[in-house]
Design a protein around this ligand. Structure first.
Ligand code: SAH
Length: 230
């Protein structure tokens, strides 16, 4: 049983990599795939880079070259609902790519044309396990709901509120929906766990840098307990 762990940026993986007992490293598509033992479990940890294309390439390599059994995406995200605050954790139960738009043909916004699903649903077991563990985080909320993904850093209050109302999204980021699509196509269980670093809809869009540290610590902590209890 090997778990693939993807983060978009170095900062999101720093704490995990400190704990990884690396056995092998392979570079492909300019990404370093680090295979080894993390808290006694077999994992491959990789930084995919920012955005949907990077994330998709990375996920397919994890599946093809490392034959991972599950994929977990951790990192930070912007809160879109007004009470999803910096430091809170959102466990995605489903993801949608908010910048996919073929509405001119009558499709719903976010629908990938000719695909048999609108949203990409995370593995129920992984979601429940993350939720169980999340209860332990002091001082912050842990929510389950939809995360939306697009190749855009959302820092306008209007756009943020719109994502919330249009897609019922709790949070937005730039990779999860793409990782989810690749896992869906390959029938691999996955979950996306994001900790909130900013929230434009309440004017907290300038707090990205300030909250990144605590956010990353929160999502790493959940992941640690998930792996240890796996
Ligand atoms: N130049 C910046 C770019 C960061 S992009 C840098 O290199 O640090 C933001 C990253 O954090 C993406 O990986 C995305 O998934 C996540 N993210 C956090 N808040 C976000 C928001 N409000 N909108 C979109 N992505 C966000």
């Amino acid at each position: 049983m090997t778990i693939g762990i993807i983060g978009a940026m170095d900062e999101e993986l720093e704490l995990l990599l400190k704990e990884l007992n690396i056995k092998e490293k392979k570079t492909k598509a300019n990404m370093d795939f680090k295979y080894g033992l993390l808290w006694g479990k077999e994992v491959v940890i990789v930084r995919c880079g920012i955005g949907k294309v990077n994330a998709a390439i990375c996920t397919q390599i994890l599946i093809d070259d490392f034959d991972v059994d599950k994929v977990i995406n951790v990192g930070i995200a912007g809160g879109t609902e007004k009470d999803v605050l910096p430091g809170d954790v959102v466990i995605a139960d489903s993801l949608v790519q908010h910048d996919m738009d073929t509405t001119v043909f009558g499709d719903k916004l976010g629908q990938i044309p000719r695909l048999d699903t609108f949203d990409f649903k995370c593995d129920r077991e992984l979601v429940l396990k993350a939720k169980e563990i999340c209860g332990d985080i002091e001082g912050h909320k842990c929510l389950i709901g939809r995360i939306v993904t697009g190749d855009q850093f959302v820092n306008s209050p209007e756009k943020s509120r719109w994502l919330c109302s249009e897609f019922k999204a709790l949070a937005c980021e730039m990779e999860g929906g793409s990782i989810a699509q690749v896992c869906y196509l390959n029938k691999k269980p996955f979950v996306v766990i994001r900790s909130i670093s900013d929230n434009a809809s309440i004017g907290a869009h300038m707090e990205f840098e300030k909250f990144m540290g605590i956010s990353i610590a929160n999502s790493t902590n959940i992941l640690k307990k998930m792996i240890q209890n796996n």
